[in-house]
Design a protein around this ligand. Structure first.
Ligand code: 9WN
Length: 449
C-alpha cells in the first residue's frame, strides 16, 4: 500500500495518459493489444478498446470494430487474433496457425488465428452509439450507419456461437482452447488441460511471451504452453472445420462466463434492433438465444458454493473452481432473488473483492482463499481492470447504479498509478504482465470521461 500511496495520479493526468497510450498503440486501423507482448489485434480487446476510443473519437472507435469485422470468417466466427503484417515474429503467428492455407472459411487477408474469444462486441457497438448521440448529429448519423453495416456480421457471429458451439442447445457455449475463454491459464481449465495429452509430433517452437515478460512467475508455464500449442495442432489437422473440431479436439468445455457474456450481448444487440421494424425477426431470435443462455448459466450454479460452473464435455463433469467466472450469472441475470443475493454477498465478502488486505475492492481472477490462488500469476489470482469494468458495466445495465459506481471507483483506485498494467497484484497494487496495455487504458477512459 505504501508503494501505491506515492503513485496516485490525478484524474486529468490519468485521462491524458490513457489517451496517449491508445494513440501510441494505434497501428492505423487497429490497435495493438499491448506494445510489445501483443503486437496485433485481439478480438475482445478490440471491443474494449473501441469503448475507450469512443470517448476520444467516435470515428476511430468505429474503424476499430470494422477492422475486426473485416476479418470475420465465412462461418460467422470472429477470430481471436487479427495479425498486423508489422510484426511477423510474434508466436504463435499467422504461419503457425496456417488458417488461410488450411481453412476454406478463413479470409485470405488479413491473416487471423483459428479460434474465437468472448463476444463482448455488441456492448462496444452500444457504447459507441451512446457516445455518438451525446457528441452531436454528425456522429449520431455515422454511428447509426455503422450499426446498419455491423448488424449482419454481429448476427452471424452470435448465430455461429449458438449453432456451432452449442449444437445441443444446453444454453452453454463450448470452447476448444483456454485462449477462447480469454482466461488462458485460469484454474478453471486445469482439469480439462490435465487430460490433454500432448502428441509426440508436436512441432517444435520457441515462446516469445517470456522474452517480453521475463518474470516467468507472471506467465503460464512451459507445460501449459505445450498443451496450448498441441490444441492448435489438433485444429490444424481438423482444417478448422467446426464439426471436425467438435469431434477431434481433446479440449471441449462449456464456458459459463463466455455463455453469460453472449446472453447479455444478445440482449444488448436486441435493444439496438428494437427501433427498426425490418429487424423484428432478428430481435426475436436474439431474445430467444439470450433466454436459452441465461437458463443454461443459471443451471450451472453449484448448490453448495452458489457459484456458476464450467463443464467438461469430454468427461461430463462439472468443474468446481473458485474463479471470477463463478459470478457469470451477475452479468446476464437469470437467478432467483435469493440465489442472486447470495452471489452478490459472496462477491462482497472477504473471499473475494472484500478481502481486507486488498488495495482495491474489485474481483480477483481467483479467490485469495482458494488453494489455486497465486498473487502474481496471470489468471490465477491478480485483478484485471478490464474485468472490473465489465462487471461495473453489467451492474449498470442490470439496474444497479450504486454497484456500478463502486466498481468504477475501485477500478480507478486499482489503476491509479498510471502504468496501465495488464493485471495487478491485489495485495500490493503492483502492475503485472504487460504495461501500457490498451484495454486497461481504454476502460480508464470510459470511467473517466
Ligand atoms: C492469448 C490480449 C490477450 C487477451 C487475453 C489474455 C492474453 C493471449 C496470451 O492476452 O491472451 O490469446 O498470449 O496470453 O489472456 O484475455 O485477450 O490482451
Amino acid at each position: 500500500a505504501a508503494a501505491r500511496a506515492q503513485g496516485r495520479l490525478s484524474d486529468g493526468a490519468l485521462t491524458a495518459r490513457a489517451a496517449y497510450i491508445l494513440r501510441n498503440n494505434d497501428l492505423g486501423t487497429m490497435t495493438a493489444a499491448a506494445p510489445r507482448l501483443y503486437p496485433h489485434m485481439w478480438s475482445w480487446d478490440a471491443a474494449f478498446i473501441a469503448i475507450g476510443l469512443a470517448q476520444v473519437s467516435v470515428d476511430r472507435a468505429i474503424t476499430e470494430i470494422e477492422a475486426l469485422l473485416a476479418a470475420q470468417w465465412r462461418t460467422g466466427m470472429i477470430p481471436h487474433i487479427v495479425f498486423s503484417p508489422d510484426d511477423p515474429d510474434y508466436f504463435p503467428g499467422a504461419d503457425r496457425w496456417g488458417c488461410a492455407a488450411l481453412a476454406e472459411a478463413a479470409p485470405r487477408t488479413p491473416a487471423t488465428s483459428g479460434i474465437c474469444q468472448p463476444p463482448v462486441h455488441a456492448i462496444a457497438v452500444q457504447r459507441i452509439l451512446e457516445a455518438a448521440r451525446r457528441e452531436g448529429p454528425r456522429e449520431r448519423r455515422e454511428a447509426e450507419a455503422f450499426l446498419d453495416r455491423a448488424w449482419g456480421p454481429l448476427m452471424r457471429w452470435h448465430r455461429w456461437l449458438v449453432q456451432q458451439r452449442d449444437p445441443d442447445q444446453v444454453g452453454r457455449i463450448t470452447v476448444h482452447h483456454g485462449w477462447e475463454s480469454g482466461m488462458d491459464n485460469s484454474p478453471r481449465w486445469d482439469g480439462p488441460y490435465a487430460r490433454v495429452e500432448v502428441g509426440p509430433d508436436l512441432p517444435p517452437y520457441r515462446r516469445r511471451d517470456t522474452q517480453v515478460v521475463q518474470d516467468m512467475s507472471q506467465r503460464p508455464s512451459d507445460r501449459e504452453y505445450d498443451r496450448y500449442l498441441w490444441l492448435v495442432e489438433q485444429m490444424r489437422r481438423a482444417r478448422y472445420d467446426d464439426a471436425e473440431i467438435r469431434r477431434t479436439v481433446s479440449f471441449a468445455v462449456e464456458d459459463v462466463f463466455l455463455s453469460a457474456i453472449l446472453a447479455v450481448a444478445c440482449d444488448v444487440l436486441a435493444d439496438l434492433g428494437e427501433d427498426a421494424p425490418q429487424r423484428a425477426g432478428d430481435v426475436e431470435e436474439l431474445r430467444r438465444w439470450a433466454g436459452q443462455l441465461r437458463a443454461g448459466v443459471a443451471a450451472s450454479v453449484d448448490a453448495d458454493s452458489g457459484l456458476a460452473r464450467d463443464r467438461d464435455i469430454r468427461t461430463g463433469e462439472w468443474l468446481n473452481t473458485e474463479t471470477i467466472a463463478g459470478f457469470a450469472p451477475l452479468l446476464c441475470g437469470g437467478l432467483d432473488r435469493p440465489a442472486e443475493r447470495r452471489l452478490l454477498n459472496l462477491l462482497d465478502s472477504e473471499r473475494w473483492s472484500g478481502h481486507p488486505s486488498f488495495i482495491a475492492a474489485v474481483p480477483p481472477s481467483t479467490s485469495p482463499q482458494s488453494a489455486d490462488f497465486r498473487p502474481r500469476e496471470y489468471w490465477r489470482g491478480p485483478q484485471w481492470p478490464v474485468m472490473a469494468w465489465l462487471f461495473g458495466w453489467a451492474f449498470g445495465y442490470r439496474g444497479w447504479p450504486e454497484r456500478s459506481a463502486l466498481m468504477r471507483e475501485e477500478g480507478l483506485r486499482l489503476i491509479g498509478d498510471g502504468s496501465f498494467g495488464e493485471y495487478y497484484n491485489a495485495f500490493t497494487g503492483e502492475p503485472l504482465g504487460s504495461l501500457q496495455q490498451s484495454w486497461t487504458a481504454a476502460v480508464a477512459l470510459d470511467w473517466l470521461c
